[in-house]
Design a protein around this ligand. Structure first.
Ligand code: UDP
Ligand code: MG
Length: 316
């Protein structure tokens, strides 16, 4: 019998977690040929998510949990889950049922056909504001062009993977993780399936627009140095243009004498170059900041409690 591990990052999911397990179990019961196990990762929730997890683990013996010492972010939670799985196939999914377990049969079919990964993308972004939709479209286009990462528009984290692929993902042990990029970077054959997005039933989304913006910057800078090259190219172009301008002004001065007016030109040049320099320093800073964080080589997450047998994190 093939085994499947479900990695579920949970942050403030006390309201919906039990419902999630109940709904997922309904689908699991229709797939008797496979043995499922949950790996719930409590990402430092402020509510009673951990207690709900413990209760669920007492009720079902296929539920394992890891609880972080604080909030480390969804990426860290996914990494922790992946590190603890040992099944033939591994699924990463959200705890809010926005990643419907109903597509398991479709995913399994793809895996049995020999695909290494069966990933999902959303069909339509219903219920999403125009601004947010336009922003994410722009991001997909930019990041596909600037990085090695090729994802279709609407690609989501929700996917089923082989052990081999999971092992490769774990080899990328960077602290600043951008999963969509990592999934794509490691390669392997991915089949994309589509489903209609559903609204979160219980609890609320923990993403703000500012964190989406940060997510977009991460998506590009973690996988590409194109912005750095862009500043170098801009610098070169401006250097040549200014050489031409200097020659023209010199010739003018030599043959026609000094013409004092030049206030606007000077002001424009100073402002333009100042702005450009600031921007370039900012881009440099983004990368240096990332180097700084990576060189510290800190752990991606810290466990406080867990019910994995080989770990000694149980409450005393
Ligand atoms: N999540 C997490 N840590 C965080 C934020 C979110 O583990 O810091 C989990 C959350 O519990 C959920 C999943 O990541 O299972 C997706 O979060 P959410 O539904 O808030 O995001 P959205 O669906 O809006 O992308
Ligand atoms: Mg959600």
């Amino acid at each position: 019998m093939k085994t499947i591990d479900l990695v579920v990052p949970c942050f403030n999911e006390e309201e919906g977690l039990e419902h999630f397990v109940t709904e997922t179990n309904k689908v699991i019961d229709t797939l008797p040929g496979y043995s499922f196990r949950y790996i719930l990762v409590n990402d430092g929730s402020k509510d009673k998510t951990y207690l709900v997890m413990k209760r669920l683990a007492a009720k079902f013996d296929n539920i394992k949990y890891i609880s972080f010492s604080r909030n480390f972010g969804k990426e860290a939670a996914m990494y922790a889950g992946l590190q603890h799985c040992d099944a033939d196939y591994v699924v990463v999914m959200d705890a809010d049922l926005q990643h419907p377990p109903a597509v398991f049969p479709q995913m399994l079919e793809a895996m049995e056909e020999g695909w290494d990964c069966c990933a999902t993308k959303r069909d339509e972004r219903e219920g999403e504001s125009f601004f947010r939709g336009a922003f994410s479209k722009l991001f997909f286009r930019l990041s596909n062009r600037m990085t090695d990462v090729k994802n279709p528009y609407g690609a989501m984290d929700y996917r089923m993977m082989t052990r081999q692929m999971v092992n490769s993902i774990l080899e990328l042990s960077e602290v600043q993780r951008f999963s969509k990029g990592i999934f794509s970077w490691v390669g392997f054959n991915t089949k994309w399936i589509t489903f209609k997005t559903v609204d979160r039933e219980l609890g609320k989304s923990s993403w703000k627009f500012s964190s989406l913006f940060k997510y977009a910057i991460d998506g590009i800078t973690c996988f590409s140095v194109t912005p750095l090259r862009f500043t170098a190219v801009m610098g070169a172009i401006i250097f040549f243009l200014s050489l031409i301008y200097i020659m023209v002004t010199l010739i003018q001065t030599i043959f026609f004498g000094i013409q004092t007016p030049g206030y606007v030109t000077t002001l424009c040049a100073v402002l333009f170059l100042g702005g450009l320099t600031e921007m370039s320093i900012g881009i440099l800073g983004e990368y240096i900041g990332r180097i700084y964080m990576e060189t510290k080589d800190r752990p991606i997450y810290i466990t406080k409690f867990s019910n994995f047998e080989d770990e000694d994190y149980e409450e005393k």
